[in-house]
Each structure stands twice: as structure tokens, then as C-alpha cells.
Design a protein around this ligand. Structure first.
Ligand SMILES: [Fe+2]
Length: 298
């Protein structure tokens, strides 16, 4: 069966048919998915009831898994429900019980309801994220995506010139602070020291430009904080207008893959008394060059 992709939204997001994510992919299948990612930026695969190992194997067709040390007290390895290579984005604790709404791990998760790009707060931000829906609540819990290429294209010329050379500082601390979660330990503050990222990035294959925004962005180099926060808020509002946004309503065993270099996403509310078990593999991206002309040098 050959791979085919059907658009789910007028400007991005496709649904893939003809792929079985359990089995090793043929080279042509990998190429078709990569071409689809370059074009659609988000791809949905239906009815993929994978094990964690199968999801990891599927993901590795598209690059290296992201690997980094998480500060121990957010969630130690011994307190984790899943093995290495796959991240737990459920509301379950290590014993499979719904975690307390007062658990600080839950507070960290709530920050994902703000628009963001995965790992933009790391020196090498993520390439693709791949999320599988293992248990889906009866209401809510959509994942929304925004096309940052379309958002860039729609900027007026003056704003395009203004953002071109800007450098932002991203930190997990900024996005958690935005929801009033400021109770960080010294180890967390150290682990999440801001990193610099250009505000405009160019896709390595398509050469299309996109806005590299996230709730993790909390400063612009050379700007005052209030001016920077206001501008970032305005840009985010622009970039997440409904015409640039697709809302994914999860079906059981959906697998959704997105390119963090060209999209932002956010999680939506659901009933905390219901289980949401979603698991993510993440592919490492490249560190971005802060070029000489950019404001980091001023
Ligand atoms: Fe995310």
C-alpha cells in the first residue's frame, strides 16, 4: 500500500494513510513522511496501537532521540512510570494513579497549555515530537497547532524587518511563571537558565522562514522586559489567529507528529478525574546560529 496524505486544514496538517507504525519503514516510506512533514508540518496517523518500543523505533527513522538530564526533583527516574526514550505526558503517577492536582509535576504539565515549541528552552531545540494517544478522556484534551510559517508570511513588511535580527531568551521558568508557578528550587533555576534563540528561523530543507515563538520566550536581547513581553504577546496573538490554527480532537491510538521548527502547539483542558495517557518521543534538533548581525552582539 502506498503512502497518501489528505489535508486536515486549509494551510497545514495532513492525515497519513498507508503506514503501519508497528513495522520498520521502507526507505520510500520514510522519505514520503519527511516530505509530508516539510509540506504539512503536522501529520496524524490513525489506529496506531504501538508499544513504547515500537514508538521509539518508528521515531528513530527520522533522527536521533533527544536526550538531556532533567533536574532530579521534578521527577526522578525511579518515580517515572515509563522507561527511557519516551516521555510521560499523562496525568498519572508512577503507580498508574491520577496525580494530585497539587502535585508540582502537575504544575509543570499545566504550563504546556500555553502555546509553545518543545524544548525551545534548550540549547538545541527539538526537531519533531511524536505523541501517541493511549487513553483519551471523554471531553476536551485537544492538542492545538499553529503554523508559524503562515504567521511569518502574514506579518507586514515593517514587522518582518524588525523581527529578522531579534534574539529571544527562552526558559521553562518564564512559561511556568506565566501561570503563577514560581516555586522553583535553586537546582531548577540553574538547570533552566535562559538560552538564546533567533526569533526568525529558516527551515533547513524548504528554506521557508517561520516565527520561533513559545511561552518559554521571556526576554529579547537588548530590550526592556516589559517591551519584550508585550511584543512577544502581540506576535503570539498574531500567530495563533484561528486561520493559522488546527485543533486535533484525539481518537484512541492516534499518533501525531509535528515539526517544532515550524509550528507551536498547546494542550487543552480536560476533566482531571479522567485519565489522559499520552506518550511522547522527541527528536533532537540542531542548535541555531545567532548570526553576527543579530542584536545579541549589541
Ligand atoms: Fe509540547
Amino acid at each position: 500500500m502506498s503512502v497518501s496524505i489528505t489535508a486536515l486544514h486549509p494551510i497545514f496538517v495532513g492525515e497519513v494513510a498507508g503506514i503501519d507504525c508497528h513495522a520498520p519503514l521502507a526507505r520510500e516510506e520514510v522519505a514520503a513522511i519527511e516530505a509530508g512533514m516539510n509540506d504539512y508540518a503536522v501529520l496524524a496517523f490513525r489506529d496506531q496501537n504501538n508499544t513504547d518500543e515500537e514508538q521509539i523505533a518508528f521515531s528513530r527513522h527520522f533522527g536521533e532521540l533527544e536526550s538531556y538530564a532533567t533536574p532530579g526533583h521534578i521527577r526522578r527516574r525511579a518515580e517515572q512510570r515509563l522507561g527511557p526514550g519516551i516521555a510521560d505526558f499523562s496525568n498519572l503517577d508512577k503507580d498508574g494513579r491520577i496525580m494530585s492536582a497539587e502535585d508540582r509535576v502537575w504544575f509543570f504539565k499545566l504550563g504546556d497549555r500555553l502555546w509553545h515549541s518543545d524544548s525551545s528552552f534548550r540549547p538545541a531545540p527539538a526537531k519533531y515530537s511524536i505523541l501517541s494517544g493511549r487513553l483519551i478522556p471523554s471531553w476536551g484534551a485537544n492538542t492545538e497547532f499553529a503554523d508559524m510559517r503562515a504567521a511569518y508570511d502574514a506579518l507586514d513588511e515593517r514587522t518582518k524587518a524588525e523581527v529578522e535580527e531579534l534574539v529571544c531568551e527562552h526558559s521553562l521558568i518564564y512559561s511556568r511563571e506565566a501561570i503563577g508557578f514560581t516555586d522553583m528550587t535553586a537546582e531548577e533555576i540553574e538547570a533552566f537558565r535562559p538560552v538564546r534563540q533567533p526569533l526568525v528561523r529558516t527551515h533547513p530543507v524548504t528554506r521557508r522562514k517561520s516565527l520561533f515563538l513559545a511561552a518559554h520566550a521571556g526576554a529579547i536581547v537588548g530590550w526592556t522586559i516589559p517591551e519584550a513581553r508585550m511584543f512577544l504577546r502581540d506576535l503570539t496573538e498574531h500567530a495563533t489567529q484561528r486561520e493559522f490554527v488546527y485543533s486535533h480532537s484525539w481518537r484512541l491510538f492516534d499518533l501525531v507528529m509535528w515539526d517544532n521548527r515550524t509550528t507551536m502547539h498547546r494542550a487543552r483542558r480536560f476533566d482531571h478525574s479522567e485519565v489522559r495517557d499520552v506518550r511522547r518521543t522527541t527528536l533532537a534538533g540542531d542548535a541555531l546560529l545567532i548570526t553576527q548581525g543579530r542584536h545579541a552582539c549589541s
